[in-house]
Design a protein around this ligand. Structure first.
Ligand code: ADP
Ligand code: MG
Ligand code: MG
Length: 253
């Protein structure tokens, strides 16, 4: 069942065309991965899908759950089921993590304690009560910031989650932990046909794909999708031949 459909998308930033001819279809329960060299336009696509105003859609459309969202605000997209994990999430001074989680999970203000369901997730992500009292991400270590992001996404339970290079700047042991958490978010503990959550995972080199199973991979080059196919084959081609070689392989087939 189709969840997100991007057709013939072109995007300008500051009057310069960064993306063009982008087509992408993601079904319910699927995880797609977007690979590509630095400057290819991966983050531009991420920001555009999120609906940030400076990313100006000049052609094409974005359909989510059958509805044209091309010109909706970020808030409206989030309300419809978009979730994001930023590369560098901000800290929020004066807002306690526990209170933010309560709002994100739709728990009433007057309920003093966080629900048992959320507390189970708090412990699962190796946090404890003391963290709930702290300002969001303030003074957290790199790993704690990533885990707090995952916890917030679990609270919101969005249908479609985008990750922009979650593995960048994370050391190898922690990539594996992070991947476990992404797997929880994307229902990987369920059988493929039973998964409710979909994802778009952006990664530069794809190391995280050793631990997160993706259904389809796309290579973005110079603002266009140059190649789509099996993640294993595409990653292997990129490792052997680089991005350009991989795209040539795609075109030969
Ligand atoms: P990636 O995430 O794949 O590394 P980006 O989407 O960040 O690529 O960048 C794609 C292109 O858009 C690059 O050429 C970059 O210089 C340009 N770009 C990104 N952000 C802006 C901006 N705010 N203003 C002008 N050009 C930008
Ligand atoms: Mg980059
Ligand atoms: Mg980027």
């Amino acid at each position: 069942k189709l969840l997100l459909e991007i057709t013939d998308l072109a995007v300008e930033v500051s009057g310069k065309e960064i993306l063009s001819d982008v087509d992408l279809r993601i079904d319910k329960g699927e995880t797609h991965v977007l690979l590509g060299p630095n400057g290819a336009g991966k983050s531009t696509l991420f920001m555009t899908l999120l609906g940030f105003p400076k990313y100006n859609v000049t052609r094409g459309e974005i359909i989510f759950k059958g509805e044209d969202i091309t010109h909706l605000s970020t808030t409206e997209r989030v309300r419809k089921g978009f979730g994001v994990s930023f590369q560098n999430p901000p800290s929020i001074r004066g807002v306690r993590l526990g209170d933010l989680l309560k709002i994100e999970h739709g728990e009433k203000d007057e309920d003093k304690e966080l629900s048992q369901e959320m507390m189970d997730l708090v412990y699962k992500l190796k946090f404890d009560e003391r963290f709930l009292e702290r300002d969001v991400n303030l003074g957290f270590s790199g790993g704690e910031v990533k885990r707090s992001e995952i916890l917030q996404l679990l609270a919101q339970s969005p249908d479609f989650i985008m990750f922009d290079e979650p593995d960048s700047g994370v050391d190898i042991e922690n990539v594996e932990l992070l991947a476990e958490e992404i797997n929880i978010l994307l229902d990987k503990d369920k059988k493929p046909g039973l998964r409710e959550k979909s994802g778009l995972l952006i990664t530069h080199l794809g190391y995280i794909l050793n631990f997160v199973a993706a259904d389809t991979a796309h290579v973005l080059m110079d603002g266009k999708i140059a190649c789509s196919g099996s993640p294993d084959e595409i990653i292997e081609d990129i490792r052997k031949e680089g991005f350009h070689g991989c795209v040539e392989c795609c075109q030969i087939q």
